[in-house]
Design a protein around this ligand. Structure first.
Ligand code: 48N
Length: 329
């Protein structure tokens, strides 16, 4: 029995667009410019939708446009200057400061979720407004995020306004690459001259692979070398506080302090002031720090996250400058 027709024959009364499309696909399937004058502006499209048509495409063009760029990025960022683990409010704030101050550095952001932003898409208990205590309003002014001034603190009407604005600016920097849906599942280490280990990069895998190591045979990871790693993986979530937990497992840190109870006034100053290099080559900021230091949590106020990111960026540049003269093995 003849196989069913592979393609539905074009209807006899072919529309102008189908004709144009058939004429524009050459014998070898290459798409030729069809020469039709097409609407270029939204105004030209208005109320002319019956003659609307997209430019012709071949599926392989889409596939190649995506894969060529992704693999070029993997090649380029295999050797990064700074890796940021976790694209929450702290990691993205650090990335923004680095993108702005050091356009010469290659910054790779590794984010486990498909959607970056961490816990900063909403305020507390899924409410919309985001509160930041002064002087964190300085960062909002830097980004151009509007807010209501309430005296000692400011309010952004929706946390997503802050996070989407920050994300759009971070992603616009030419020296920053976001690898989302990608997990850091280990750290690259070197023996440190002063004993112990020095962190020298990140070990990555697709997050969906990372989540299934226990039910599949070995699926090896990939790597990114970098003299500086900034870890801001938060305190909760499927892989929260990743790097500090890994440091304990590898014996680089004796134990975790464990996040303490909620105390806004104590927590926020401590997180910003103690954002630092916790082992050579690894800076920890944001709520991940509360896990290693045993710092209080602050609950639904985000000023410490952004200013911890600002400080982490400053520490990362200092560390990069200090180590760039070292021979990398
Ligand atoms: O938003 P988070 O969780 O972390 P921070 O530190 O940027 O902001 C914390 C903040 O949202 C709060 O928790 C507020 C202030 N509440 C305080 C309180 O008292 O409750 O972002 C961490 C990001 C997330 O997007 C994770 O998906 C990602 O890190 N992540 C990872 N990405 C890659 N590899 C990993 N192993 C990994 N683990 C977490």
């Amino acid at each position: 029995m003849a196989p069913p027709a592979a393609t539905t024959p074009f209807p006899d009364s072919e529309s102008a667009n189908i004709k144009a499309l058939k004429n524009s696909i050459g014998l070898n399937g290459a798409v030729k410019s069809n020469g039709n004058v097409k609407a270029k502006t939204l105004e030209e499209m208005e109320s002319k939708w019956d003659t609307f048509a997209f430019e012709p495409i071949r599926e392989s063009q889409v596939s190649r446009a995506m894969t060529r760029r992704y693999f070029e990025d993997l090649d380029k960022y295999a050797e990064s200057d700074i890796v940021i683990v976790g694209a929450g409010s702290c990691g993205l704030s650090a990335a923004y400061m680095l993108g702005k101050s050091r356009p010469d550095l290659k910054i790779a952001i590794i984010e486990a979720n498909v959607s970056p932003g961490g816990g900063a898409w909403l305020g507390g208990q899924l409410f919309s407004a985001m509160i930041l205590r002064k002087p964190a309003d300085a960062f909002l002014s830097e980004l151009g995020v509007p807010y209501a001034d309430e005296g000692h603190y400011v309010v952004v009407k929706h946390a997503a306004l802050f996070t989407s604005t920050l994300l759009s600016k971070v992603l616009a920097f030419p020296n920053i690459k976001l690898f989302n849906a990608t997990s850091v599942e280990d750290l690259i280490t070197r023996p440190d001259p002063n004993g112990g280990v020095r962190i020298a990069g990140a070990v990555t895998n697709w997050t969906l692979v990372t989540q299934h190591h226990d039910d599949q045979s070995c699926m090896d990871p990939n790597t990114i070398n970098a003299p500086v790693v900034v870890s801001t993986t938060g305190h909760d979530g499927p892989s929260g506080a990743f790097s500090v937990k890994r440091l304990v497992q590898m014996g680089a840190v004796k134990e975790l302090g464990g996040m303490r109870g909620l105390d806004m006034n104590t927590a926020e100053d401590a997180i910003v002031k103690k954002t630092r290099e916790v082992v050579p080559g690894l800076i920890v900021g944001g709520m991940e720090l509360s896990e290693i230091d045993g710092a209080n949590r602050m609950g639904p106020t985000f000023g410490a996250m952004v200013l911890s990111g600002v400080k982490a960026a400053e520490e990362a540049v200092k560390m990069f400058e200090m180590r760039k003269g070292e021979r990398e093995d």
